[in-house]
Ligand binder design. Structure first.
Ligand SMILES: Nc1nc2c(ncn2[C@@H]2O[C@H](COP(=O)(O)OP(=O)(O)OP(=O)(O)O)[C@@H](O)[C@H]2O)c(=O)[nH]1
Ligand SMILES: [Mg+2]
Length: 370
């Protein structure tokens, strides 16, 4: 509302923000807005009436930066739709960028609730103050509200299952489980030693299987099927790791085969976690590359690897990735939301809907004059 837009308000802020030199006056002679005292007075009268009647909820003047800063400030949180073609002009021939930045203190941008549009238009009409055809932001707010509600309705629930899958590494003492965890994760996470029974706790380390697939490796030592019940109870953590893992890696020591013990362990793993895919590797193939006999006797395909030299590790990563991709349920398409995220979006949707339907507005102007 208010004065028409012309070229006289362009670069006003550049002028007023610059260093004043003797050349300034000639350089910026066009930057001083030619105010119209009558327009200004009529505007002022309208604004006071509208303010006292509580007809608008937001107001900015088209000072520095003109519409660009006025609309920019008002639309900061909710966005804005600008119709530069509707701005009343002093004369034809202004480009859109000129309309967008031209400044004038006698021109204002107002936010007016839908139900107040008619009464405020009447005030302007009575005083003969010109205004651009109002745009309907309320409709826009309702649209945003509907979009948010739609997003909520179609969103799934975020499940911890969408965290990286876990792979439990198990095998007889000294088979090379910790060495394999270190080699696959690229970290020196676990202590490796020639002494059987080195690892006591369940150790974890992240590893990448390629194609961006991340897994959490668990060094689940201590799953010793031959141990007495008391020792096995002490290894509850390892048992738990195997039971809850998304995949199990059974490590067999190719350098020191003990097929009956490995077979017993295999049966134990299958009992603890029948649903997770099980991969068996023959480790230390640098010492003994012949794994065919062990594989035949266990009735298992054995991936030959060496944690020491790194041989076979790429193949193991690929096989693990395949097994996990087949086993894990497809992630729900689209958005998965936490309860808190759901609440926040619902609250935003409610606010947008209220902005679209607001009946009475108690607040005074929420934007300061620039
Ligand atoms: N030559 C050779 N030695 C290996 C290989 N992997 C592990 N070792 C050695 O085997 C021994 C046991 O390795 P660890 O990784 O500690 O075995 P572990 O299964 O974690 O043992 P525990 O924690 O005691 O159950 C160490 O001396 C390792 O250096 C391998 O691929 N080749
Ligand atoms: Mg270990």
């Amino acid at each position: 509302v208010g004065g028409r837009t012309g070229r006289d308000g362009i670069h006003g802020a550049t002028f007023s923000s610059g260093e004043l030199t003797h050349e300034h006056e000639t350089e910026f002679s066009h930057a001083v807005q030619i105010g119209n005292a009558i327009t200004e007075k009529k505007m002022l009268d309208c604004m006071l009436q509208a303010r006292d009647a509580g007809l608008y909820t937001a107001i900015t003047d088209c000072g520095a930066g003109g519409l660009s800063s006025a609309v920019g400030e008002m639309g900061q949180k909710i966005g804005a739709e600008v119709h530069l073609d509707r701005v009343p002009l002093k004369y034809a021939g202004l480009s859109y960028p000129e309309i967008w930045i031209s400044e004038a203190q006698e021109r204002m941008v107002l936010g007016v609730p839908q139900q107040n549009v008619k009464p405020i238009l009447k005030i302007f009409a009575d005083e003969g103050v010109e205004l651009a055809r109002p745009a309907d932001l309320a409709d826009r707010a309702r649209g945003v509200g509907r979009e948010l509600t739609g997003a909520l309705d179609s969103a799934g629930t975020w499940a911890p299952g969408s965290a990286e899958p876990t792979v439990a590494i198990t095998g007889r003492p000294n088979a090379g489980k910790s060495s394999l965890l270190n080699a696959l994760s690229g970290m020196d996470r676990a202590i490796v030693s020639a002494m059987a029974g080195t690892t006591r706790d369940v150790l974890t380390a992240p590893a990448e299987l390629g194609d961006g697939m991340e897994v959490l490796l668990l060094d689940a030592a201590g799953l010793d099927a031959a141990a007495d019940p008391l020792t096995r109870a002490a290894h509850a953590a390892a048992t738990e790791a195997v039971s809850s893992a998304d995949a199990v890696l059974l490590v067999i020591d190719a350098a020191d085969p003990d097929i009956p013990a490995d077979a017993a362990l295999l049966a134990e793993v299958r009992r603890l976690n029948p649903r997770a895919p099980l991969l068996a590797v023959a480790n230390k193939t640098d010492l003994n590359p012949d794994v065919a006999d062990a594989a035949r006797r266990l009735g298992l395909a054995l991936l030959p690897v060496s944690a020491l030299t790194g041989a076979g590790l790429d193949e193991l990563r690929a096989a693990l990735a395949d097994a996990l991709a087949d086993a894990s349920p497809p992630r729900p398409a689209g958005l998965g939301l936490h309860e808190r995220q759901r609440e926040r979006i619902a609250s935003a949707a409610g606010a947008a809907a209220r902005a679209g339907y607001k009946r009475s507005v108690r607040g005074r102007e929420r934007f300061a004059y620039t």
